[in-house]
Design a protein around this ligand. Structure first.
Ligand SMILES: *Cc1c(COP(=O)(O)O)cnc(C)c1O
Length: 364
């Protein structure tokens, strides 16, 4: 069978290793496995949300409200925009897919930073588009503007805070890039971890509302990270209503489940949970920074719910990640990004205690 030529050059997304795999391969009990690999919220989700999911279980037979009226209203008041500015996806991942399908052809190119969210490349390549990357893993405005002028990409992806590195780009620099491009190029501002950046430093906080004056910019957000709902698959895009109308043409009907919809609506009512999650992170991240200093290696200052450890030449991220896995601790090795680094989601106090204990053993 002959498949679409565009697929030739695509490497499937490598998801964080599941707990079940460690149980199977290393015979460790499931409750002893610590998974700090996929930036999930270690607090779980809001108890209020868990209750709503249970309470709505009997509605599983019903198709969801395809207009997503209530969720869009909740997001519209949260972000001070209109419902017509919002599109909902099965995770913001699906919104990225809509963007790719609505805009890209095989004649187009897309621009992103050297090390960034893997799905930008995968969705763009599905449409046959060419991938262009800046030289740095950080989002440097000058590098983006220069590459924009050279390649005239159809889409520019700005991931702030950036995954998998954890650094962020200031609002000033994001606006500088947006101002430099013409309206034929779509700028995607992916704020999957924005709740963490906003809590840390106002200069790095970008609100969808700040960007709505630009008809060629879309802001992406998700319930998967700070809201602790990765398993429910709900994300959103916020942009000019004309852009949203075009993206809606490639959205399949009922793309969010009835339970996911109920969960996301309830999550919007419990911002206290998000604050508690950020507070836990703020308390715990300092231990990770101190650990790196103690062992004399570097880390990237985090604006997210994870930290990236940059190892010295005498350390090997693949060996360290494998050794941690054998002990039942799952983290993300960044060797596939050509970085001698690991990414660790900041867990609960107990999970972090365990990680440090095992990492000390591995680093000897
Ligand atoms: C997690 C993540 C997303 C999307 O997650 P969904 O679960 O699909 O909403 C998007 N961008 C980045 C940078 C992420 O880390």
């Amino acid at each position: 069978m002959k498949f679409n030529e565009a697929l030739k050059d695509i490497k499937s997304y490598e998801a964080g290793k599941p707990i079940e795999l460690v149980v199977r391969e290393f015979g460790i009990k499931a409750q002893e496995v610590v998974k700090l690999a996929s930036n999930e919220n270690p607090k779980g989700c809001s108890p209020q949300v868990a209750k709503i999911i249970a309470d709505n279980a009997h509605k599983a037979f019903l198709y969801p409200d395809d207009s997503m009226y209530e969720l869009k209203s909740a997001l519209a008041s949260k972000f001070l925009v209109e419902s017509e500015n919002i599109i909902i996806g099965a995770g913001s991942d699906q919104v990225l897919e809509f963007i790719s399908r609505a805009l890209l052809t095989a004649n187009d190119s897309v621009l992103m930073s050297q090390v960034t969210f893997a799905m930008y490349e995968i969705y763009a390549k599905q449409m046959g588009a060419k991938i262009i990357r800046t030289a740095s893993y950080e989002h440097k405005a000058d590098e983006f503007i220069e590459a924009y002028h050279e390649h005239k990409p159809k889409i520019i992806y700005l991931c702030t805070p950036n995954n998998p590195t954890g650094d962020a780009t200031s609002k000033v620099d994001i606006l500088k890039i947006i101002e430099a491009v013409d309206k034929e190029t779509l700028v995607v501002v992916d704020g999957a971890y924005m709740e963490y950046a906003s809590a840390k430093d106002e200069a790095y906080s970008i609100k969808p509302n700040d960007l709505l004056t630009y008809s060629n910019v879309i802001y992406l957000g998700t319930f998967s990270k700070a809201y602790g709902l990765g398993g429910m698959r709900v994300g959103y895009g916020i942009a000019d209503s004309r852009l949203i109308a075009e993206l809606s043409k490639v959205r399949p009907p009922f793309n969010i489940t009835t339970l996911s919809l109920a969960a996301a609506i309830e999550a919007c009512k419990d911002e206290g949970f998000v604050k508690e999650s950020i507070d836990l992170f703020t308390q715990e991240i300092v231990r990770y920074e101190a650990f790196a200093k103690e062992y004399g290696f570097d880390y990237i200052e985090s604006y997210t719910n994870f930290i990236t450890y940059l190892f010295n030449d005498n350390m090997n991220s693949t060996k360290i990640a494998d050794a941690l896995l054998k002990e039942g601790v799952i983290i993300r090795n960044l060797a596939s990004y050509q970085m001698n680094a690991i990414r660790i989601t900041i867990g609960t106090k107990e999970q972090n205690d365990r990680l440090f204990k095992v990492l000390r053993k591995v680093l000897i």
